[in-house]
Design a protein around this ligand. Structure first.
Ligand code: IPM
Ligand code: MG
Length: 350
């Protein structure tokens, strides 16, 4: 028996959310406990947030919810989104609100092709890179307006906000990550500097400045459209990609597809100062088409749990989860199994 008195306590806010979020999140919780239960006592608090609650009483994420979640050490999120709720309401009012309220500036999204998992590419090669997506700025900033709505003179603006502070913190994170990963030690900045001359210009200036402090890390620049090509023609060239919020959103869906589907794509929304909780979530959505059937692959949610452990320095436990998912994928990825079967198979390897 481990000495329980010396166990560190981690208070985790659990937002299973909508659709398959409710099905995959319990598997991620079980993986946390199984992988790190000797070292950590997990105290889970469930939050009833998402479409059901919104449809029931019209509330999304109240100040009380935010205050309560803000006291936790981390957030484990399943998925939000429901066809019964108008697009944008849950996304803006819940998911993006959480990312912004807790200043989760780094949206870290690794992509790895596990042996045994089928990539849609004929000759994928080795794929192992991470996207550092800026998480609190860009076109997600919410700056803009829609006036004269419903008239022929309607005007809508959506402004991309890029601050030197925000860009630098993403860029620094990317260079540090390239060092830490110890692989190619290469950062690729992705933007669209041939058109977005102001925002792209700021990003490039900051890349130049920060790169000078990392002589051991190489870097290059790609336009976002060219990057979509290389992600399918030569994904092995990438190590760390750093980009803004919207390009990062789009590229990480493509990256997920290239490594065999977003069933294996995890993500972390990191508050770099640890002043607020970071949030760990699979990249996939609530998948209303298969929700309730118990057939969603919980691997991405389980890998998100591993990212949570790594965030708190439990690297060995995180590595055990990653190895277990990798071994499970290698042996079983083509078999039809239920969500809970996959979770159980992965846990059995821990
Ligand atoms: C993601 C999702 C979200 C985003 C949506 C649901 C708001 O696509 O996490 O990638 O755009 O960030
Ligand atoms: Mg997305």
């Amino acid at each position: 028996m481990a000495n329980t008195t010396s166990k560190k306590i981690l208070n985790i806010a659990v937002i299973a959310g909508d659709g398959i979020g409710k099905e995959v999140t319990p598997e991620a919780q079980a993986a946390l406990v199984k992988a790190a239960g000797d070292e950590v006592e997990f105290k889970f608090t469930d939050y009833d947030l998402g479409a059901e609650r919104y449809l029931r009483d019209g509330t999304l994420l109240t100040d009380e919810d935010l205050a309560s979640i803000g006291e936790k050490d981390a957030i484990l999120l399943g998925a939000v989104g429901d066809p019964r709720v108008k697009s944008g309401i849950l996304e803006r009012g819940l998911l993006i609100k959480l990312r912004f309220a807790f200043d989760q500036a780094i949206n870290l999204r690794p992509s790895k092709l596990y042996p045994g998992v089928k990539s849609p590419l004929a000759d994928p090669g080795e794929i192992d890179f991470a996207v550092v997506r800026e998480g609190t700025e860009g076109l997600y900033s919410g700056m803009g307006g829609y006036i004269r709505r419903g008239t022929d003179q309607a005007v809508a603006t959506e402004t991309s906000m890029n601050t030197a502070f925000g860009v630098e913190r993403a860029v620094r994170y990317a260079f540090d990550l390239a060092r830490k990963r110890g692989g190619k030690k290469h950062v690729t900045m992705v933007n669209k500097t041939n058109v977005l001359v102001y925002a792209g210009g700021l990003w490039l200036d900051i890349m130049d400045k920060v790169a000078a402090e990392y002589p051991d890390v190489t870097w290059d620049y790609l336009h976002a459209d060219a990057c979509t090509i290389f992600l399918v023609t030569n994904p092995s060239r990438f190590d760390v990609i750093v980009t803004d919020n919207l390009f990062g959103d789009i590229l990480t869906d493509e990256a997920g597809a290239v490594v065999g589907g977003i069933g294996y794509s995890a993500s972390a929304n990191i508050n770099v100062t640890n002043e607020h909780p970071s949030m760990f979530e699979p990249i996939h959505g609530s998948a209303p088409d298969i929700a309730g059937k118990g057939i969603a692959n919980p691997s991405a949610a389980i890998l998100s749990a591993a990212m949570l452990l790594r965030h708190f320095g439990y690297d060995a436990a995180a590595g055990r989860i990653e190895s277990a998912v990798e071994a499970d994928a290698k042996e079983n990825s083509s078999r039809k199994r239920s969500t809970h079967e996959v979770g159980t198979d992965i846990l059995a390897r821990l």
